[in-house]
Design a protein around this ligand. Structure first.
Ligand code: ADP
Ligand code: MG
Length: 333
């Protein structure tokens, strides 16, 4: 059997990583970041890698953007626990013929990511490899009310998403199509892909006040990441298509590329938006936190006890799109 026969999540499941018992207070594989008890607030630890020709192409992504993005992606996983990023390490592997200027640019982007997201580069490792591989491990601090796990959604909770999921995937399509990026709105879409802004302020506000019952960042597509929350919580949900945030630029530009706006919103990747649940009696406080964090927020559905995900449009059932998100070892590849 090969990895592609199992798929990314099948592989992780078959390794038995997610069911392992850890000491009380610890959270291991299966959430956005691990939780490590520490004197004072628990620490959060997450790692992510960016591999050339899998996650990025040197032709379409600058070294600066990549440096920025690998800090942002990791900081987003700490935000997905309601926490704040603190420090990170970078392991860099690269072919010997890579221009030194490329690496200098990479570190300039990394430094800007660290500065704007409030964390510091504190170490790493360097090696040669046939393609560029960047691995960041980032340490963060849990929020005052404790880390927000994927497993806390309860029947009756409201379901929310921040920002405009789908725009990053559309920005990537524009880059890959080699589109002329003269128009400002096209540049904005591309920058949503190249320079994502993790929702740190909203995450900390939700976490500190204990508002969210479950929380995840949307990295693999809204439907797929919602599926992780529902499975971890042992619940189901109804998602209201008419409430999804679909910007006019997403609708118009996706049509010029022959893409379906709703599919981008539901299954586009690398949005780094927050998807979370909260009890209906905290609705006012949730929108108050979003206003204070200057973060657009939509209430897009409701949690039910009955497992499964149902998509509705004005009360009528809508079929789920086939491709729900990104898999690193898709069947048939
Ligand atoms: P995210 O999209 O939030 O970064 P991933 O989909 O990459 O999360 O990973 C899901 C979970 O699986 C995380 O808790 C991660 O720590 C765990 N995981 C993924 N790959 C491995 C691995 N090789 N060894 C241990 N845990 C892993
Ligand atoms: Mg995540």
């Amino acid at each position: 059997m090969r990895l592609r026969d199992l798929g990314e999540f099948g592989l992780l499941g078959s390794l038995g990583l997610f069911g392992r018992e850890l000491a009380p207070g610890w959270v291991g594989p299966g959430d956005d970041a691990a939780v490590l008890p520490a004197p004072g607030r628990p620490l959060l630890l997450t790692t992510d890698q960016l591999v050339e020709d899998v996650h990025f192409r040197r032709r379409t992504t600058s070294a600066w953007d990549l440096g920025y993005k690998c800090v942002a992606a990791n900081a987003s996983d700490v935000a997905a626990m309601g926490g704040r990023p603190l420090a990170f390490t970078l392991c860099l592997a690269a072919p010997g013929d890579l221009p030194v200027e490329w690496v200098t640019e990479l570190f300039a982007g990394l430094d800007e990511g660290a500065r704007s997201l409030g964390c510091s580069l504190v170490g790493g490792d360097t090696s040669s490899a046939p393609v560029v591989v960047l691995s960041v491990a980032l340490l963060g601090v849990a929020p005052a009310a404790g880390p927000v796990l994927r497993s806390g959604a309860r029947p009756g909770d409201d379901l929310y998403v921040s920002g405009n999921p789908g725009e990053s995937a559309l920005g990537l399509r524009l880059l890959e199509a080699g589109a002329d990026l003269g128009e400002e709105r096209l540049q904005a879409l591309v920058s949503r892909h190249l320079r994502p802004e993790p929702r740190l302020a909203l995450a900390a506000a939700l976490g500190d006040a204990g508002l969210a019952t479950s929380l995840i960042d949307v990295s693999d597509g809204l439907l797929q990441d919602l599926g992780h929350v529902l499975r971890a919580s042992g619940v189901g949900a109804e998602l209201w298509v008419e409430r999804l945030p679909v910007s006019s630029s997403l609708t118009e530009v996706s049509q010029t590329l022959g893409a379906v706006p709703l599919h981008l919103v539901l299954a586009g990747g690398e949005d780094y938006e927050l998807l979370f649940t909260a009890p209906p009696e905290r609705r006012g406080a949730v929108f108050g936190a979003a206003r204070e964090a200057c973060t657009p927020l939509r209430r897009i559905g409701r949690v039910f006890g009955e497992p499964g995900l149902r998509l509705t449009q004005r009360g009528e059932a809508v079929p789920l799109p086939g491709a729900l998100g990104f898999d690193h070892f898709p069947a048939g590849s």
